[in-house]
Design a binder for this molecule. Structure first.
Ligand SMILES: C[S@@+](CC[C@H](N)C(=O)[O-])C[C@H]1O[C@@H](n2cnc3c(N)ncnc32)[C@H](O)[C@@H]1O
Length: 205
């Protein structure tokens, strides 16, 4: 199953989202700390490769797995592979670490066990897996008419350690804030240049 995502059809809106979301860069900082500084990482549901580009260095490369061809940005210095989390097109034990930011691993929405089994299969023994999603209890998720926070107990039960990060959506203009937040939340949106945002980082080795 491919989880529907608006980004491939509306690149302009996705550009506003990616620019504003975690503008302080706390999520990439956390990924930098947790993931190995060399080797090959797998980014599952890589979007346009925004995160993968930031994690690419001389000693570390990123394979960006993404089902929606329209999301792929070949200008980013990652290796693109079309595919889905629940059937990874890779051999066993090849990656030094894997991560997924706001993609596929939504346990409240669907069964993610096949995707988790696939990550275990393609990563080397002891390699970290990091899942990033909304933590809730913040100004951003408070605007949503239904619960959009991840199920933290699912992750702890599955043996992940959970770390909370306080960051923010920081918009370049109030018009950008209005456009994106109204797009997400309709009449519940409360546009502001800065919207506090808590992120949950789930880690398992
Ligand atoms: C909210 S976007 C996040 C993109 C990127 N990780 C980021 O942080 O910018 C979710 C992405 O997951 C992708 N996706 C949807 N279904 C998927 C699946 N079954 N396996 C892997 N990725 C999937 C979508 O195409 C979309 O690019």
């Amino acid at each position: 199953m491919v989880i529907p995502f608006y980004g491939a059809e509306n690149r302009e809106m996705f550009a506003i989202e990616r620019e504003a979301m975690d503008r302080p860069g706390r999520v990439v900082e956390a990924l930098e700390e947790i993931l190995p500084s060399s080797g090959v990482l797998l980014d599952i549901g890589a979007g346009d490769g925004f995160v993968g580009e930031q994690l690419t260095s001389e000693s570390r490369s990123v394979v960006a797995l993404e089902p929606a061809a329209g999301m792929v940005n070949t200008r980013r210095p990652v290796r693109w592979v079309l595919g889905v989390a629940q059937s990874l097109p890779f051999r066993d034990d090849v990656f030094d670490g894997a991560y997924s930011t706001w993609a596929y691993f939504f346990p409240g929405l669907h069964d993610v066990s096949q995707g988790l089994a696939e990550v275990v299969r393609v990563t080397k023994e002891g390699a970290p897996t990091v899942i990033v999603d909304n933590a809730g209890d913040d100004a951003f998720t408070a605007m949503a008419p239904h619960d959009i926070a991840t199920d933290l107990s699912f992750w702890t039960d599955a043996g992940f350690k959970v770390e909370m990060i306080d960051t923010a959506f920081v918009f370049s203009s109030i018009e950008d804030a209005r456009r994106l937040l109204t797009f997400y939340f309709g009449e519940h949106a409360k546009p502001a240049l800065r919207v506090e945002y808590r992120v949950a980082v789930m880690v398992r080795s």
